[in-house]
Design a protein around this ligand. Structure first.
Ligand SMILES: Cc1cc2nc3c(=O)[nH]c(=O)nc-3n(C[C@H](O)[C@H](O)[C@H](O)COP(=O)(O)OP(=O)(O)OC[C@H]3O[C@@H](n4cnc5c(N)ncnc54)[C@H](O)[C@@H]3O)c2cc1C
Ligand code: SF4
Ligand code: SF4
Length: 387
């Protein structure tokens, strides 16, 4: 959405398309053909690669267990945000759920931070936020901007220069699923709204995708056979097309800090149900912020521990496009009864759909091949880091 903030004539709007993804539209009456939107767009223009990280990765978590309980991983985001607001009088920018969509919002009080906590599994609407951050930076305020790697890079491209009082924190990003998934998941289970995408009711990493509101109750769909969202996400079927050729899911990060789940600990004795984060300090400013933030407990770990079971730190996984359904969702739901389309999407990951057994086996074989390719790229990344 960088183009919308870049256009000086307000000619670019966004709407959610039939596949459930935000897509741009240009108003031909307003557009003067200056091509500023294209020159800024990091999907179109050539991007310089950032250097390989020089700093050691860290494992860490917020010292306050309440923060960890309400965060998706170790609560690093909230601990940093509190430090920026309290000790630096700064503003914090992150994603919130607003009705049926996710939006980026800027806040400057501790009371407003709760809404920013937690992963929201859909693309957030960032319209207006890059301009707003620029105005804050020009006024000399400290800004902590958190978002997907492409959004953090978009902010830097929009600004066109560096600011010492700006810190960007990107999340390790699997890809953003279609809004259609959330919509169908709610319709299937009679829910009115999504309360949280990943709850820790069974402990970190024992995923409860997703908690929905049904009247007065908050419900998690425990039977995975009915959990359309879970299947489509885990099977990597329904991400935005740009996420299958992502230029930003790479070990060479342009943000100051990267935070994600420390999945290497998930099945080991170090497992902690409150959640543990992996932290990559990509720049000296990022490293300094972690050191100064007294709400975070952190320890250095090896690169192998940081990267194990978390391929999106170093791999763009373009090959997975071969199994994606994301560009056909609109067609599926237009021409098939919604129940049949849901059934197809759930089929291959759930293993319970015997009718699709052969299809499921075939897709699993492809997936296995793709996963093997990924482990090859883990070794390659580790070698380049050792050098
Ligand atoms: C779509 C998506 C895919 C992810 N995939 C992986 C993965 O493959 N591996 C992994 O280790 N971690 C992944 N994560 C990140 C992880 O789940 C945590 O969000 C991250 O580790 C931060 O955790 P936390 O406890 O510090 O803070 P939290 O409080 O859990 O997260 C806070 C911040 O995350 C950002 N955020 C949340 N949702 C969005 C969104 N839709 N768009 C932009 N920013 C958002 C916000 O700015 C928010 O304020 C993903 C997150 C998302 C949203
Ligand atoms: S070409 Fe210029 S006027 Fe037209 S949409 Fe792009 S930025 Fe706006
Ligand atoms: S996978 Fe890449 S393109 Fe997709 S949201 Fe994440 S950073 Fe952006």
């Amino acid at each position: 959405m960088l183009c919308a903030d870049s256009c000086p004539h307000g000619a670019i709007s966004f709407r959610i398309d039939e596949n459930g993804f935000w897509m741009p539209q240009v108003d031909a009456e307003r557009c003067v053909g200056c091509k500023l939107c294209e020159r800024r767009c990091h999907q179109v223009r050539h991007n310089e690669l950032a250097p390989l990280p020089a700093e050691q990765p860290l494992k860490g978590y917020a010292r306050d267990p309440e923060i960890r309980r309400h965060s998706t991983s170790g609560g690093i985001f909230r601990a940093l945000a509190e430090h920026v607001i309290t000790d630096r009088g700064g503003i914090v920018v992150g994603a919130v759920c607003e009705g049926d969509v996710i939006r980026h919002r800027a806040v400057d009080s501790i009371g407003e931070l709760r809404a920013l906590q937690g992963s929201k599994y859909a693309q957030s609407d960032t319209r207006g936020i890059y301009r707003y951050v620029q105005s804050c930076l020009r006024a000399g305020r400290f800004v902590l901007f958190s978002g997907t790697p492409c959004q953090c890079n978009a902010l830097r491209t929009f600004l066109g220069r560096s600011y010492p009082q700006l810190i960007t924190v990107d999340i390790v990003c699997h890809g953003v699923p279609s809004y259609k998934l959330a919509e169908r998941h709610l319709a299937l289970n009679g829910g009115e709204a999504i309360v949280s995408f990943r709850a820790k009711s069974r402990g970190w990493g024992r995923d409860s995708f997703v908690t929905i509101r049904k009247g007065q109750d908050e419900v998690i769909i425990d039977d995975r056979a009915d959990n359309l969202f879970y299947h489509a996400f885990m099977a990597e079927l329904c991400f935005r097309p740009s996420c299958y050729k992502c230029r930003f899911c790479n070990i060479r990060r342009t943000s100051d800090l990267t935070i994600g789940d420390l999945w290497a600990y998930r099945f080991t004795k170090e497992y902690d149900p409150l959640g543990v984060s992996v932290i990559l300090p990509n720049t000296e400013q990022g490293r300094a912020l972690i050191r100064q933030c007294c709400g975070i407990d952190s320890t250095p770990i090896s690169w192998r521990t940081a990267l194990t079971n978390n391929p999106r730190i170093y791999s763009n996984r373009a090959a997975y496009r071969a199994i994606s359904l994301s560009t056909h969702l609109g067609t599926l739901y237009r021409y098939l009864p919604a129940r049949v389309a849901d059934y197809l999407i759930e089929a291959w990951y759930s293993k319970r759909r015997h009718l699709f057994f052969l299809w499921a086996v075939w897709l699993r074989l492809i997936r296995r091949r793709l996963d093997l390719k990924n482990s090859g790229s883990l070794e390659k990344t580790l070698k380049s880091l050792e050098k």
